[in-house]
Design a protein around this ligand. Structure first.
Ligand code: GDP
Length: 528
């Protein structure tokens, strides 16, 4: 291990933001980029979104709906750290991509609207984080509005997200009466001042909660603050870094993203506390980020949004070593060497060619469908990273072709789109239907649109009687054969040849599970 390499790895913080739509993720992202010097003016993130929409047809659909279907990567520097922020679409019709992005990060930032508490989308995303015990920092937003009592918001998080809360800042008043926050971590008071121009904020700082001048600024809230801090000290959870890193406890910050209040405090603590890139498991061994040989894994494929370029971008997380432009790497699934000359690194605003990158960084590789999700690239040893899963879909449609002559194109299109991870394709054992499964229903519209644009196939959907899918496996081949016989009409093979049980309703799934205790019904499947 070289010292220079270790220094680079230790600088990196790769995280994803988790939130329910409207909690303030975009606003907060913008403020973070502002601190990172990646943008000069607030408002740029939104305009970047708009510019992106204008470049493609199928994304126009997104524009119409005013939502974001794709996730992106933003890199910025902050106080000597290299921060990689992976965005996740917030709309409820988000895709499986969103889940998978969370397998490529080392930690997460949870944004909660203080008036709403834990919402549906947050629950789902936290489930994925829990699969890998991802450490989570929490930002409770919109304190400039009347919201729930801060203790109640934390109780809500603890109850529904099953993670202990340790407040590192504490709000004083809220809404019209929002006075600021007390930084428990540093023992400082930050007085609230609305900063709308997108400048970085410097709050007024006190160092002692018993300072009598507090009354001058806070009035009656000073006494309330002292009481609450005492209460927290007695009954609250003290922050425990080990528990945070194990995903058992979340440090909590309060603020107002739109007013750029509390954001820097959170970011400062974040870069200090959040984990550096972790080791990642392969089928044969753990790979440490400090290993000198390069390795990386693809966790997301995105079709080029520019109609004139029909290529795709594979998003690769670097897992070890150093990447340099033009580097020759082995593409293990295919058994070929490729030179990566055209890798893209995603700086906050522009995509620029990448000269070098390290573990934790995300690079984009242009390709024409040769790269699949889960593919591993290394310079030497043959490895296969694990832990990039498929998630069982929650919505299903049967595909119908308007022109039966186009069956071949349809098959090709669906197979390629399934490989991209945009949707899952199931072929029932007992008939020749095409069943699509998706985690969010918006994916179905995207698929029909792309089938037409990219494969010249007019397809439409029929509803189908499927509510849940589970991947099926068993050590006992005899039981498996018996199961296949019994449930033949509900079984299908997915795009990677794996057996799936498509349950017409939850009760039937339950009864199948009871009838066949030796069969494993999985909600996730490793991508091969
Ligand atoms: P996203 O859907 O999570 O990306 O949320 P946005 O960042 O787009 O914010 C949703 C809405 O909440 C927008 O109208 C924001 O202006 C507003 N918002 C964001 N942060 C705050 C805040 O701190 N206070 C208030 N009052 N509104 C906020």
């Amino acid at each position: 291990m070289s010292k220079a390499l270790a220094r680079e790895v230790d600088k990196r913080r790769t995280f994803g933001i988790i939130s329910h739509p409207d909690a303030g993720k975009t606003t907060l992202t913008e403020k973070l980029l502002l601190y990172g010097g990646a943008i000069q003016m607030a408002g740029s993130v939104k305009s970047r979104k708009a510019a992106r929409h204008a470049t493609s047809d199928w994304m126009a659909m997104e524009q119409e709906r005013g939502i974001s279907v794709t996730s992106s990567v933003m890199k910025f520097e902050y106080k000597g750290h290299e921060v990689n922020l992976l965005d996740t679409p917030g709309h409820q019709d988000f895709s499986e991509d969103t889940y998978r992005v969370l397998t490529a990060v080392d930690s997460g930032l949870l944004v909660i609207d203080s008036a709403k508490g834990v919402e549906a989308q947050t629950l789902k995303l936290m489930d994925v984080c829990r699969l890998r015990n991802t450490p989570i920092v929490t930002f409770i937003n919109k304190l400039d509005r009347d919201g729930l009592d801060p203790l109640d918001v934390m109780a809500d998080i603890e109850e529904h997200l099953k993670i202990e809360c340790a407040p590192l800042t504490w709000p004083i008043g809220m809404g019209q009466e929002f006075k600021g926050t007390w930084n428990i971590y540093k023992n400082e008071l930050h007085l609230f001042s609305a900063v709308h121009e997108g400048k970085t904020q410097e709050g007024l700082v006190f160092n002692d909660v018993n300072d009598p001048r507090l009354e001058e600024y806070l009035g009656d809230y000073a006494a309330q603050l002292r009481d609450e801090l005492e209460l927290l000290e007695g009954a609250g959870n003290p922050f425990d870094k080990e528990r945070y890193l194990n995903g058992e406890q979340t440090p909590v910050f309060f603020g107002s993203a739109i007013n750029n209040f509390g954001v820097q405090e959170m970011l400062d603590a974040f870069v200090e506390l959040a984990p550096v890139p972790k080791s990642r498991p392969t089928t044969t061994r753990e790979v440490s980020p400090y290993e000198t040989d390069f390795s990386g894994v693809v966790f997301k494929i995105q079709a080029n949004m520019d109609k004139n370029h029909r290529d795709r971008i594979a998003f690769m997380r670097i897992c070890s070593g150093k990447f340099t432009r033009g580097m020759k790497v082995k593409h293990h699934r295919v058994g070929k060497d490729i030179a990566i000359a055209n890798a893209t690194i995603f700086m906050a605003q522009d995509r620029t060619g990448v000269d070098e990158a390290y573990a934790g960084d995300i690079i984009g590789i242009h390709n024409h469908g040769t790269i699949k999700i889960g593919d591993t690239f290394t310079t030497k040893e043959e490895l296969k990273f694990v832990g990039i899963p498929s998630f069982s879909p929650e919505h299903f449609r049967r595909v119908q072709l308007k022109d039966p002559m186009k069956r071949k194109q349809l098959q090709k299109g669906l197979e390629q789109l399934a490989e991209e991870g945009a949707v899952q394709l199931f072929r029932p054992i007992s008939n020749s239907d095409y069943i699509l499964g998706a985690v969010g229903i918006l994916q179905f519209d995207v698929i029909v649109h792309r089938l037409k644009e990219e494969y010249n196939v007019n397809a439409l959907y029929e509803p189908c009687m499927i509510t849940t899918a589970r991947w099926i496996s068993s050590e006992d081949q005899k039981v498996l054969a018996d199961f296949k016989d019994y449930y033949r009409s509900d079984l299908a093979i997915d795009a990677e040849g794996c057996l799936a049980y498509l349950a017409p309703n939850p009760w039937k799934l339950e009864s199948a599970q009871e009838r066949y205790p030796k069969i494993e019904f999985s909600t996730t499947r490793e991508i091969r």
